[in-house]
Design a protein. Structure first.
Length: 255
């Protein structure tokens, strides 16, 4: 066995364990409320799916769009949750790569092992939701940013842009990555002074890539507010009518 292969055996074992624990009883539980929301939305035609995601304004559409080809072909909980398993295992590998870039092999293996058996990570890797995908793209963006800051190579800046844009199209919590990136540069600006220009350009490109969804969400959000106001008026009217009915009934009983 070559030294290179022997060096990769520990991380391969961690990835195998991560896969095993995520596949264990994957279809044991039926879909719960939020998972049903994902499933029902992804079954719709792509145009309707996009429009409903805009009007709903809770989560960006990328996860639903990726799941759509699978959701229209199967109702199996195992198959529907399998993409989350894949993204969960990829998150373990990317955690290893990020930790290896920051520290050493032993620490990277420890970080990957903790990620592999984390109950929080395993839970979301077995769920028909977008959170394991968010984790995957988020860790990928952080790894690419670190490599870009260290090497100033454009391939890492491109990877950072793509991973960041994908994470923003997955969940709005990805905006926290921007805080992390700005904080890294602000606290170590003397070390990464040469990276300021590429970072600002990358941030501008990420914003441009996100603008189509941002504008669509802004437009759809106006419609959501109008429908909520109309719904509130209807609820108030029904509640008032119900209260008046109870009062009349009570008066008739007393009489």
């Amino acid at each position: 066995m070559s030294d290179r292969l022997r060096a990769h055996l520990p991380v391969a074992a961690v990835l195998a364990a991560a896969t095993a624990v995520r596949l264990f009883r994957l279809g044991f539980q039926s879909l719960w409320c939020d998972e049903w929301f994902s499933y029902n939305l992804t079954q719709k035609p792509l145009g309707v799916l996009w429009a409903d995601a805009v009007h709903d304004a809770v989560h960006p559409p990328l996860y639903y769009l990726l799941l759509h080809p699978l959701a229209v072909r199967t109702t199996s909980e195992v198959w529907l949750r399998l993409p989350s398993v894949v993204f969960g295992v990829l998150s373990v590998w990317l955690t290893y790569r990020l930790a290896l870039a920051l520290t050493n092999r032993a620490t990277a293996l420890t970080a990957a092992a903790l990620m592999a058996v984390s109950s929080f990570q395993v839970y979301h890797s077995q769920e028909l939701r977008m959170y394991s995908m968010l984790t995957c793209f988020g860790v990928a963006a952080l790894w690419a940013l670190w490599r870009a800051l260290e090497t100033l190579r454009w391939r890492y800046w491109v990877a950072f842009i793509v991973a960041s844009a994908l994470s923003l199209y997955t969940n709005y919590l990805a905006a926290a990555l921007a805080v992390t990136a700005v904080g890294a540069l602000a606290t170590h600006w003397r070390c990464y002074r040469r990276a300021l220009g590429p970072f600002l350009l990358s941030a501008a490109l990420i914003t441009v890539l996100w603008l189509p969804w941002g504008l669509a969400m802004l437009k759809g959000g106006q419609g959501v507010n109008e429908r909520r106001q109309q719904g509130s008026v209807k609820i108030a009217a029904v509640a008032t009518a119900g209260a008046l009915t109870r009062i009349v009934c009570a008066s008739s009983t007393v009489t």
